[in-house]
Write a protein that binds this ligand. Structure first.
Ligand SMILES: [Zn+2]
Length: 260
């Protein structure tokens, strides 16, 4: 090997070392990126990616993030997220089994009936009948599909709404959450003492959703007749919307809970 060749070889080795050092850089950048804790490394949580031509393209993580945001806004707790069809005990009675089948069929047909007037579901039953579990199981399936379900625990929500009634801006903001939700879950409708003001608020929500054909998932200890007696407009609208999916889990069959 001539001196000239040796020199060339030395230069070549140097070049390779330099190149290797440069290639190492991105991987240390990778480390600092993961320290920043981006949920998506592709778009760094921007939900879009700038293309080489300068245009922005939606990142594939976008629909997942939107679903997560909807879940956060839903008011559905971690505890409720665990309530699914898989962990529902439907073997307690024929009525419970029927309610379970209706809930499953509703969630299966949801996309088909969504924009129709009869797009809602109602679970009537006592405490411990499993009505809330079934309503939540449906909500979880819809939330997983990125559909915005808003959970409205009736007693708490109506109390909050009434407290904000004098501040009209605040009240409108609160009530519009329930009026405009893609899907509204009203849990334990008309539980406890009912005032004229409770009825007015519920009428505003139910009537609005009825005319806009926005689905409602209702649970209540009241029967359909009770609901109509409390307020004919609310009761009959809810019934009309839920007609194809009304599940009543009532009766003595659940008394084994009491009598052992
Ligand atoms: Zn992304």
């Amino acid at each position: 090997m001539s001196e000239e060749e040796k020199e060339l070889l030395k230069q070549r080795v140097q070049q390779i070392i330099e190149k290797a050092k440069k290639q190492e850089k991105p991987s240390s950048e990778e480390e600092s990126k993961s320290l920043m804790n981006y949920k998506c490394d592709k778009c760094r949580d921007m939900l879009f990616i700038i293309q080489p031509d300068g245009t922005a393209k939606e990142c594939e993580c976008r629909s997942l993030r939107i679903a997560e945001e909807k879940l956060k806004a839903s008011g559905v707790s971690e505890e409720f997220r665990k309530k699914t069809f898989d962990n529902f005990n439907y073997e307690r009675s024929v009525e419970v089994m029927e309610a379970f089948m209706k809930a499953k069929s509703y969630s299966k047909n949801f996309e088909k009936i969504r924009v129709t007037r009869k797009n809602s579901v109602m679970f009537i039953g006592q405490v411990g009948s499993g009505k809330t579990h079934l309503a939540i199981a449906i909500s979880n399936i819809l939330l997983d599909k990125g559909i915005g379900v808003i959970y409205m625990p009736y007693r708490d929500s109506i109390t909050n709404l009434k407290q904000s009634i004098t501040d009209s801006e605040n009240f409108q903001r609160e009530i519009s959450k329930y009026k405009n939700a893609q899907v509204l879950l009203i849990d334990d409708l008309f539980k406890g003492a009912i005032t004229k003001s409770d009825i007015n608020i519920m009428y505003e929500i139910v009537n609005y959703r009825y005319f806009k054909s926005l689905p409602i998932i209702t649970t209540s200890e009241k029967t359909i007749d009770d609901l109509i007696e409390i307020d004919e407009a609310i009761g009959s609208r809810l019934y009309e919307m839920s007609k194809n999916y009304v599940a009543e889990i009532a009766g003595e069959k659940l008394n084994y809970r009491i009598y052992g």
